[in-house]
Design a protein around this ligand. Structure first.
Ligand SMILES: NC(=O)c1ccc[n+]([C@@H]2O[C@H](COP(=O)([O-])OP(=O)(O)OC[C@H]3O[C@@H](n4cnc5c(N)ncnc54)[C@H](O)[C@@H]3O)[C@@H](O)[C@H]2O)c1
Length: 359
């Protein structure tokens, strides 16, 4: 029985991770147990324990680790707290899932990836788009039709003018495309910074493996909230909508006719349609079976997060491939392109923007 603990019982944790853990335990009797929840704020820990069924509460991770047998941990910490929290879990080789982004900037991101690599302890990063039911269904259907030749990702938001939008949220889009297609590269001169409120607008052309052409739009303050992905190949095309404001929907066309239409059930909870439940299930299934975690690992996740700042000053082809994808080490161009951008400010919440809308 996997003894799982949750560290951090704030907003994202109690709306997404805790209900996912609770559902997993209910749907897999005897496989996992909610051993404990920990938060600096005792009232938050108590509330989460009462609502989701954690057996015990703690306010200090050191006390939790001293008292409990822990087989898996989900860390949903404020961004600057992720890196300082890793060591005790890595030392004990406890499989962990950590939230994105991996720290306050590229410097912390690299430190997290290096620590995980050096410890050889299992770590996965919560990039929940990879696990949304709609995207998974769309990819499964597309792959059954034939090779993907062209893909598109678009992230549209309203009033998101925080300067760290790409670091905090835009990375979801890139990670989802990297997860779907594999390593992506930026052709010379293809990255474009678009003028727009907040300064985080991007329109970029990327190259995928086997000649897949990819276009990406990130428009954080364009007055509409939508996130969609398109995968097209010979005789087929599938679109999937998956974002925090709408439930997922998939439409696949073949030979000019709609061949696939699926959408989330009206009562599907946000933590399921947004992917966190399936991510949690994949994490705990792997721990229970002693398998490698489904990922992305910090090394894999790093390549989805590096490109947005790289493309701004893209002077050379820069690859997003990673050692884990078997494509060698990170490209030298990266250090040049992120020069002077080693750290970004922690998330600034724009007025009137709630935690869910930030996703
Ligand atoms: N994947 C997504 O779409 C998405 C969406 C929102 C937030 N997030 C991520 O989730 C994380 C948490 O965000 P949030 O908005 O829920 O923050 P929050 O401030 O609401 O919650 C963080 C909680 O961690 C607790 N905490 C801080 N340091 C601690 C420590 N050392 N030990 C135990 N508890 C500690 C705080 O008391 C607080 O309750 C962030 O990393 C954020 O980037 C991801």
């Amino acid at each position: 029985m996997v003894q799982v603990v949750l560290v951090g019982a704030g907003s994202h944790s109690t709306t997404q991770h805790a209900p996912s853990l609770q559902r997993y335990v209910a749907e897999h009797p005897g496989r996992a147990r909610l051993a404990a929840v920990c938060d600096l704020d005792p009232a938050r820990a108590e509330r989460a324990a009462a609502q989701f069924g954690f057996a015990r509460t703690y306010t200090r991770v050191a006390d939790l680790l001293a008292a409990e047998r822990v087989d898996a941990a989900v860390l949903v910490m404020p961004i600057p707290a992720i890196l300082p929290m890793l060591a005790p879990f890595l030392e004990r080789r406890i499989p962990i899932e950590i939230e994105k982004p991996m720290g306050t900037g590229i410097g912390q991101e690299r430190a997290i990836a290096a620590q995980a690599r050096a410890a050889g302890s299992p770590v996965m990063v919560s990039f929940n788009r990879r696990f949304t039911p709609g995207l998974r269904l769309a990819l499964e259907w597309a792959r059954a039709q034939g090779p993907v030749r062209c893909a598109r990702g678009a992230m549209l938001r309203s009033g998101r003018v925080e300067p760290d939008f790409i670091w905090g949220t835009g990375i979801h889009l890139l990670d989802a495309l990297c997860g779907a297609l594999g390593p992506l590269t930026i052709p010379q001169g293809a990255g474009a910074t678009v003028e727009g409120p907040g300064g985080c607008w991007r329109a970029v052309r990327l190259d995928g493996p086997n000649g897949v052409a990819v276009t990406v739009e990130i428009l954080p303050a364009c007055g509409r909230t939508e996130e969609c992905y398109r995968f097209a190949g010979d005789g087929y095309c599938v679109d999937v909508w998956a974002d925090a404001a709408h439930s997922w929907r998939v439409e696949g066309y073949r030979g000019g006719k709609r061949d696939l239409f699926r959408e989330a059930a009206p009562d599907e909870p946000g933590f399921v349609s947004g992917g966190i439940y399936h991510e949690t299930a994949a994490f705990l299934d792997a721990v229970a079976a002693g398998r490698p975690l489904p990922g992305p690992t910090p090394d894999e996740a790093m390549h989805g997060t590096s490109w947005p700042r790289r493309c701004k000053r893209c002077s050379a082809a820069a690859t997003l491939s990673s050692a884990a994808w078997g494509a060698g080490s990170p490209v030298p161009a990266m250090s040049l392109l992120v020069a002077g951008r080693e750290s970004v400010r922690p998330c600034v919440r724009a007025p009137g923007v709630d935690a869910v809308a930030r996703a």
